[in-house]
Design a protein around this ligand. Structure first.
Ligand SMILES: Nc1ncnc2c1ncn2[C@@H]1O[C@H](COP(=O)(O)OP(=O)(O)OP(=O)(O)O)[C@@H](O)[C@H]1O
Ligand SMILES: [Mg+2]
Length: 264
C-alpha cells in the first residue's frame, strides 16, 4: 500500500525579486513498511518538502496524498523529528513527550500510559521529571523521538535528526530508529528521512531520493538492495555511495537554474 504520494509537486515563495522557485515536478511515493531517505545540497528545499508533506504548508503545484487522500491541513498520521530537537524548555521530559497527545485532548490516563510506554521504548526511564537543559544532545533527541512516536504516526518524518549529535550517539540512535521501524508492534510503518549524510541514507534506507540544487528536482530514486545490517566497508556499499556523491556533485555543477528562479 502507498502511504505517501507526491504528484508533480512544486513550491515557490514570493521573494523580494519576484517568485523564488524552490522545487519543481517532485513525484515519488513511500510504501507501507518502507524506509526512504532524501538527500540533496544544502538549501535545495528538503525541509520545505517535509513541511509540505506533513501539511504545515501547501504546494504551489501538484498534490500530496496520504493513503490516497489529499493532504490539506496538518496530517495526524505523520509526526516529525527535528535536527535541533525543538523541545519545550519549560516542560519536563514527561510533559514534552505527552505534548502531542494533550493537543489531541486524549484522556489523562491514556496519555500517562502512552507516555510511559515511549519513555521506556526510547530509554528515558529515570529522566521523566528532568528538563531539556539537564539532558545531553542524545537524550534530548530521544525525547524528540518519543514525542513523535507517542501520537502513533503511520509515517515518521525526520529532518536531519542525527546531525547535531556526536558520531557514537548518532550511530546508536540510528540503530534504534531502524529497530523501531522493523518492529511490527510499534510505530511507525514508514520512515522518510532527510539527511546531508549519504552514508547514513544508504546504511538505513530502501531507497534514496537524490535532489538537485534549487530549484530541486529529483535526479534519481536510487534503490538500495543491500541486506541489513549493512556493511559500510563492502564494495556494494561503496559503489552506491560513490554513485549518489557523483549525482549530487554533477547536479550541482551542471544544472542551470531555469528562467524566473532567483538565487539568494
Ligand atoms: N517560508 C518561506 N518563505 C520564503 N522562503 C523560504 C521559506 N521557507 C524556506 N524558504 C527558502 O527555501 C529554500 C529552501 O529552504 P529549506 O530550508 O527547505 O532547504 P534545506 O534543503 O532544508 O536546507 P538545509 O540543507 O540547509 O537544511 C531556502 O532558500 C529558504 O530560504
Ligand atoms: Mg533543512
Amino acid at each position: 500500500m502507498v502511504l505517501i504520494e507526491l504528484d508533480r509537486v512544486g513550491k515557490s515563495f514570493a521573494g523580494r525579486h519576484g517568485q523564488m522557485v524552490i522545487m519543481q515536478d517532485i513525484s515519488f511515493h513511500v510504501n507501507d513498511a518502507e524506509f526512504v531517505s532524501i538527500v540533496g545540497p544544502s538549501g535545495c528545499g528538503k525541509s520545505t518538502l517535509l513541511r509540505l508533506i506533513q501539511g504545515l504548508d501547501r504546494p504551489t503545484e501538484g498534490e500530496i496524498r496520504f493513503r490516497g487522500e489529499p493532504v490539506r491541513t496538518v496530517c495526524l498520521g505523520m509526526a516529525m523529528v527535528f535536527q535541533n530537537f525543538a523541545l519545550y524548555p519549560w516542560l519536563t521530559v514527561r510533559e514534552n513527550v505527552g505534548f502531542g497527545l494533550e493537543a489531541l485532548h486524549k484522556p489523562p490516563e491514556q496519555i500517562r500510559a502512552t507516555v510511559d510506554r515511549y519513555i521506556s521504548v526510547t530509554g528515558l526511564v529515570g529522566f521523566e521529571e528532568a528538563y531539556p537543559r539537564e539532558l545531553s544532545g542524545g537524550m534530548r533527541q530521544r525525547v524528540g523521538l518519543a514525542r513523535a512516536l507517542a501520537v502513533d504516526p503511520t509515517i515518521l518524518l525526520m529532518d536531519e535528526p542525527f546531525s547535531a549529535l556526536d558520531a557514537l550517539t548518532a550511530e546508536g540512535l540510528r540503530e534504534e530508529v531502524l529497530q523501531l521501524w522493523q518492529d511490527p508492534a510499534l510505530p511507525p510503518e514508514g520512515v522518510l528521512l532527510v539527511t546531508h549524510n549519504i552514508e547514513e541514507a544508504i546504511s538505513l534506507s530502501d531507497r534514496v531520493i537524490v535532489l538537485s540544487r534549487r530549484p530541486a528536482r529529483i535526479l534519481e530514486d536510487v534503490k538500495v538492495d543491500l541486506p541489513r545490517p549493512r556493511d559500510r566497508k563492502s564494495d556494494a556499499f561503496y559503489q552506491l555511495t560513490d554513485h549518489v556523491y557523483s549525482l549530487i556533485t554533477e547536479g550541482v555543477q551542471v544544472k542551470p537554474s531555469p528562467p524566473g528562479s532567483v538565487s539568494t
